[in-house]
Design a protein around this ligand. Structure first.
Ligand code: PLP
Length: 391
């Protein structure tokens, strides 16, 4: 099958694997061992990786905290701020379309007495579907707001939020600002200074690096309560022996993204356009979930396409997609598929949500694969419509 689910995860680039290999069998010391060369070499490797990762996002080495991935980074940011005794209050502002790794920690805080405001987003059919409104955002902030968390790019509909402007407003108000940049780093130019963020989560496995390694950017001076305690690694913010090979792989994955990003963005935009145009041409009533991309400002991830196919049953459509790996508009974590909370938040109907497909195009996808996927969808939607009583 063809892999087109690059928002879920990516294949590790063979160049990244090569960079990692020596750190399993040759340089296998503990970066915390200070008494011998095995430790020194491991420390040198993680120091070098840390500075490359920091440079990739415009941060300094001391502002990078390694974690197990973006889920942990989000948890560290959110709990780290809210666990502090000295904070502005118990009110948190976030958005309905955030990833579960933000929404679930917030849900838990709500049970502990925090007040959570989840902002709505622009509705399906508008060119900026999925975006939050700056005025609504500003109006939601209060004197007791202790944290704001907004993602850079959405993992389902690819919409890019105006982080720079949101961050400027937070800074004006003195409110710590966390950004889940998991889907943006490596795919968009990201500079923590320009974005005005205090805390920023990202992860290696979305950028052709290994799973199980991520980072939290912590702007100098941002106070956080640690969540995992022990050996005091990562300035005491995240204890545990660093996975040296993974850290090296993370850095090398980001280096490659950075070097290839402008060209790769154009290539993916072109492939996405080719795919959507083929679908639109042959299936005239296909519905785009999320923002348009032929606007003056690009507010959608280059490799993201999410659309709904009216008059077909979602489950049947998904079943027919065996030869192309994509995601559906439902979270299939249980026996009963639950419609995506993101598509619901943009106002998509339940039927269309279930009949939606998310294509996540990535580095290894070719034009031939795009044409194959388009034809597969077209044939199957036509076939299912012919069978369906809904058409
Ligand atoms: N945040 C977003 C926006 C994501 O897309 C993902 C990916 O699943 C995560 C967080 C979680 O990342 P990780 O798998 O590194 O924990």
């Amino acid at each position: 099958p063809i892999y087109m689910d690059n928002h879920a995860t990516t294949r590790v680039d063979p160049r990244v694997v090569d960079a990692m290999l020596p750190y399993f069998t040759s340089v296998y010391g503990n970066a915390g061992s200070t008494s011998h060369s095995f430790g020194w070499e491991a420390k040198a490797a993680t120091d070098d990786a840390r500075s490359r990762i920091a440079a990739a996002i415009g941060a300094s080495e001391r502002e990078i905290v390694f974690t197990s991935g973006a889920t942990e980074s989000n948890n560290l940011a959110i709990r780290g701020v809210t666990d502090r005794a000295r904070r502005r209050g118990n009110h948190i502002v976030s958005v309905t379309t955030e990833h579960k790794a933000v929404l679930d920690p917030l849900k838990k805080l709500a049970r502990k007495g925090f007040e959570i405001t989840l902002l709505p987003v622009e509705q399906v059919g508008s060119p900026g579907a999925g975006r939050i409104n700056l005025e609504t955002f500003r109006a939601a902030l209060r004197d007791d707001t202790c944290l704001v968390s907004v993602m850079l790019a959405n993992n389902e509909i690819g919409v890019i939020q105006p982080i720079e402007a949101l961050g400027a407003i937070c800074r004006e108000c003195g409110i710590p600002f966390h950004c889940d940049a998991t889907q943006g780093v490596g795919k968009l130019p990201v500079d923590v200074v320009a974005l005005n963020v205090d805390l920023m989560s990202f992860t290696a496995h979305k950028v052709y690096g290994p799973k199980g390694i991520g980072a939290l950017y912590v702007k100098r001076g941002t106070r956080l309560e640690s969540q995992i305690d022990g050996g005091g690694q990562e300035n005491g913010l995240r204890s545990g022996t660093l996975p040296v090979a993974s850290v090296v792989g993370f850095a090398s994955a980001l280096d490659l993204c950075l070097a290839e990003q402008p060209n790769e963005s154009h290539r993916l935009q072109h492939l996405r356009k080719r795919l959507f145009q083929a679908l639109q041409r042959e299936l005239p009533d296909v519905v785009l979930n999320g923002p348009e991309w032929n606007t003056s400002e690009e507010i959608r991830l280059p490799g993201n396409l999410n659309c709904a196919f009216p008059y077909v049953q979602g489950e049947a459509l998904m079943m027919s997609m065996r030869d192309v790996a994509v995601s559906s508009g439902s979270a299939c974590t249980s026996a009963n598929p639950e419609p995506s909370h993101v598509l619901r938040a943009i106002g998509q109907t339940e039927d269309l949500t279930l009949a939606s497909l998310r294509f996540g195009l990535g580095r290894f996808n070719t034009t031939e694969e795009i044409d194959f996927a388009a034809q597969l969808v077209i044939d199957n939607v036509r076939r299912l419509r012919a069978l369906s009583s809904m058409a």
